[in-house]
Design a binder for this molecule. Structure first.
Ligand code: ASN
Length: 308
């Protein structure tokens, strides 16, 4: 079931070492960038009574202890919002567990355990974090290009530095041009990253904010990598008014009681905010030009396959 020799040969490979070296530089340079921008790094939350519902992934990781149930973090979205009571600009390298369907094993971009660089900004708009996302990506790519020349040569990767502002497309336009499974064909056509904006409510979770004047459309975004590498990041403005949050939870068919603690925080007052999370392994994959996501980290876990 578990082939130790195969595992060791992957661990000892030059490819993995080079990818992890680049990953180190991604972590270091994004941390430097965010701290320069006045962000404070907070430690990740691994278990909590609440986590992102992520309607795609119905299976929940849970731990029973002391007679109550903790959820294993799917994303730190609610903790990010609540953190803003303490600090106005926060980020975390957040390990997330998502028990994806086994079919996603072949996608090249899904891991059961991954890390996202997750950030949130008090009183920010989507436009603010779109600009921040562009600056962050450009900073990291420039840094890697300058400091990881040998690794990039090893991967035969001619990394292009995109220019801000990146182009954008609404979700509706992407649907019309490429159909329901737009992500892969759209990404393959791109030569630079592109923002996908304004997702419809039924495509996203309850926490992305609905436009006040466009019913059912959210002020959120994804960033799509070029050359077929697919989704890079996801984020948006957040709902912060308790009545709206309740309505959105109910519309999803979720029992309000499962978000009881979060709703109590909302009633005490959440800040208007915006933020996003960018997958560290996916960014590594894009920068190295790797075929598969499991080539980007030690101890990768693919859906349906036992990992270490
Ligand atoms: N990190 C994402 C966000 O900030 C949420 C997620 O990972 N599902 O919107």
């Amino acid at each position: 079931m578990f082939d130790v020799d195969r595992y060791l040969s992957v661990l000892r490979s030059e490819k993995l070492k080079r990818a992890v070296n680049i990953q180190n530089e991604i972590i270091q340079s994004s941390r430097d960038f965010l701290r320069q921008q006045g962000f404070v790094e907070i430690l990740p939350v691994i278990i909590s009574p609440i986590t992102d519902p992520l309607t795609d992934y119905r299976i929940r990781g849970e731990i029973e202890c002391y007679g109550f149930t903790y959820q294993i973090t799917k994303s730190m979205i609610f903790h990010k919002q609540i953190s803003l009571h303490s600090l106005a600009r926060i980020f975390s390298f957040s390990p997330n567990i998502r028990i994806e369907p086994s079919e996603r094993q072949e996608s090249g971009k899904h891991l059961v355990e991954f890390v996202q660089l997750d950030l949130e900004v008090r009183d920010a708009s989507r436009e603010d974090v779109v600009k921040l996302g562009e600056e962050l990506l450009i900073f990291v790519l420039e840094h890697i290009k300058a400091d990881c020349r040998e690794d990039l040569e090893f991967f035969k990767r001619d990394l292009k530095i995109p220019k801000a502002p990146f182009p954008s497309l609404s979700h509706e336009e992407a649907l019309q041009a490429f159909g329901k499974d737009y992500e892969a064909p759209l990404s393959r056509r791109l030569e630079e990253p592109l923002w996908l904006l304004d997702f419809p409510m039924d495509e996203r979770e309850f926490y992305d904010r609905e436009y006040p004047d466009r019913a059912g459309i959210l002020k959120d975004m994804d960033l799509i990598y070029p050359e077929g590498y697919g989704e890079a990041l996801s984020g948006g403005e957040r709902e912060f008014e308790p009545e709206k949050i309740k309505k959105r939870i109910e519309l999803k068919g979720i029992d309000l009681r499962s978000y009881d603690i979060y709703l109590k925080f909302a009633e005490k007052g959440l800040f208007p905010s915006a933020g996003f999370g960018i997958g560290v392994e996916r960014l590594t994959r894009y920068i190295c030009g790797l075929e598969r996501i499991e080539e980007t980290r030690l101890f990768a876990k693919l859906p349906g396959i036992l990992g270490l």
